[in-house]
Write a protein that binds this ligand. Structure first.
Ligand SMILES: C[S@@+](CC[C@H](N)C(=O)[O-])C[C@H]1O[C@@H](n2cnc3c(N)ncnc32)[C@H](O)[C@@H]1O
Length: 196
């Protein structure tokens, strides 16, 4: 059911989550079961940290999360010992090398979004560049059978991303959560069962 954006913002705050985006991952998880309890997860564009908190608190993750963002995280590594945060740009090779030093992952999640300019063409092309990079990182670092979730802004290149994904994953799908603002062009690409 579609609700107004205030509804999700208030609900997130009342549940102790810094960002409303938590409900998007919750919907994805309830529909596709992309995360399992012992998984080792790479999360790109993770700050302030609602997705990580949801995974630890509600999915009771026993595995670990390596999280990456340009800006600091609000998740405390003291409280969650299986949480590692890397501050940096996913487009930067030194950051992807640092991520690779943690080995391979069962799941790659990306809610990374460029700051928007208001120009749909520019925004969707920036978002495409990030999503393409996330997909490349996923293809390099996912274990066989792994899953990926990648946010992008719909535009001319969304079909290209989707067909690239279907080459590498047994199942791929485009999904727009109800919690995503209706005026936003954001959409999530879900890839499951990575063919290593
Ligand atoms: C919508 S927020 C993510 C919210 C997060 N899922 C949560 O639940 O708290 C998008 C994030 O993507 C990050 N981001 C954008 N471009 C990035 C890049 N090139 N590398 C790493 N992070 C990036 C931004 O700094 C921002 O924190």
């Amino acid at each position: 059911m579609k609700r107004n954006s205030d509804y999700y913002t208030k609900l997130a705050k009342s549940k102790g989550y810094p960002a409303r985006s938590v409900f998007k991952l919750k919907e994805i998880q309830e529909k596709y079961r992309v995360i399992r309890v012992n998984d080792k997860i790479l999360e790109i564009g993770s700050s302030p940290g609602s997705w990580s908190l949801y995974i630890f608190r509600e999915l009771k993750l026993k595995g670990s999360i390596v999280a990456v963002d340009l800006v600091p995280s609000e998740v405390s590594a003291d409280e969650y010992s299986r949480y590692t945060f890397i501050q940096g740009d996913i487009m930067d090779d030194t950051i992807t090398k640092k991520i690779a030093s943690y080995g391979s992952f069962n799941v790659v999640l990306s809610d990374a979004a460029p700051s928007t300019s208001g120009n749909r063409l520019i925004d969707s092309s920036r978002s495409y560049e990030i999503a393409k990079r996330v997909l490349e990182v996923g293809i390099k670092l996912l274990k066989g059978g792994g899953n990926i979730v990648v946010k992008t802004l719909q535009g001319g290149e969304t079909g290209k991303l989707k067909s690239e994904m279907s080459r590498y994953f047994g199942f791929s799908k485009l999904f727009k959560p109800a919690a995503s603002r209706s005026e936003s062009t954001e959409i999530f690409l879900i890839g499951m069962n990575f063919k290593s």
